[in-house]
Ligand binder design. Structure first.
Ligand code: SF4
Length: 264
């Protein structure tokens, strides 16, 4: 599939999932809702444009740093026009702390110019329009649609959502678009945005990448990765020991593989 087609806004294909997996996803969502009854993005914004800018800047950065940077950025460049016409090097310096500042400054200016040219400087509220903006993919579009326009067009798949979805056995995919399709097939549309926010908060506070707190996790009995990943993972056996155990193991086994609970 050509790269441009990956940015397509075509509705994700919704595959049928097994009732057991759908029920487990619902229970996971119910428990996360108890923990996080009110959720939203941690990014600060007062307009769709500001949320779009903050989301573009949040790639490979933390929300804390982005909020610090945007507080000054939006004072200095309050409008779409201001960002579009800012000297590039000045803009790069203003967002330097978020990392990848050259690419991000380019994306911000190209997105601003595109909005001025095609949408009168307004951020559109449709997925098919948003993903045409330079530097904007489905993840960024889903954040803006879900958090500003209250539209559940999809699931935000960032690094936390991708990691937790796999650990929880809700998907086996690694590609964000395919993970999003799997999650959309498991949850009712009205839960898509909030479910992503809940997973993001849970990924920051409990199911951390290297140090998942399975010992205090309220999802442990639903999670095929409980006590098997991060600091709980068994150290890999040396090659010679692996070869010996393979020779002894019955055919079909695969020692040390990641849990594979998604089905249906
Ligand atoms: S049981 Fe462990 S791996 Fe599973 S969701 Fe909880 S913290 Fe993450």
């Amino acid at each position: 599939m050509p790269r441009a087609a990956r940015k397509s806004a075509a509705p994700a294909r919704r595959r049928r999932r097994s009732p057991a997996l759908v029920a487990r996803a619902a229970e996971i969502n119910a428990r996360l809702t108890e923990r996080y009854p009110q959720v939203t993005t941690a990014l600060h914004y007062s307009s769709a444009w500001e949320l779009l800018v903050a989301t573009i800047l949040s790639a490979q950065s933390t929300d804390e740093v982005v909020n610090q940077v945007t507080a000054e950025l939006f004072q200095r460049y309050p409008t779409v026009q201001d960002i579009a016409s800012a000297p590039r090097e000045e803009l790069e310096r203003a967002i330097y702390r978020t990392g990848f500042f050259r690419n991000k400054a380019k994306s911000l200016q190209e997105a601003a110019r595109y909005l001025l040219e095609h949408h009168n400087g307004e951020v559109p509220d449709r997925m098919e329009d948003l993903v045409k903006l330079p530097g904007v993919g489905r993840k960024t579009a889903n954040v803006v649609l879900g958090s500003f326009f209250s539209r559940n067009d999809g699931v935000v798949v960032d690094t936390h959502v991708a990691r937790l979805s796999r650990r929880l056995g809700l998907t086996r995919q690694t590609d964000p678009v395919k993970i999003e399709q799997d999650l959309m097939a498991l949850l009712p549309p009205e839960e898509w945005t909030n479910f992503s926010h809940r997973l993001i908060w849970f990924g920051r506070q409990v199911c951390l990448a290297k140090d998942p707190r399975c010992d205090i996790c309220e999802l442990a009995d639903l999670c095929p990765s409980a006590f098997k990943v991060g600091r709980w993972a068994k150290p890999a056996k040396p090659a010679a020991a692996r070869a010996r155990s393979r020779a002894k193991a019955p055919a079909g086994g695969e020692a040390g593989s990641e849990p594979r609970a998604a089905s249906g």
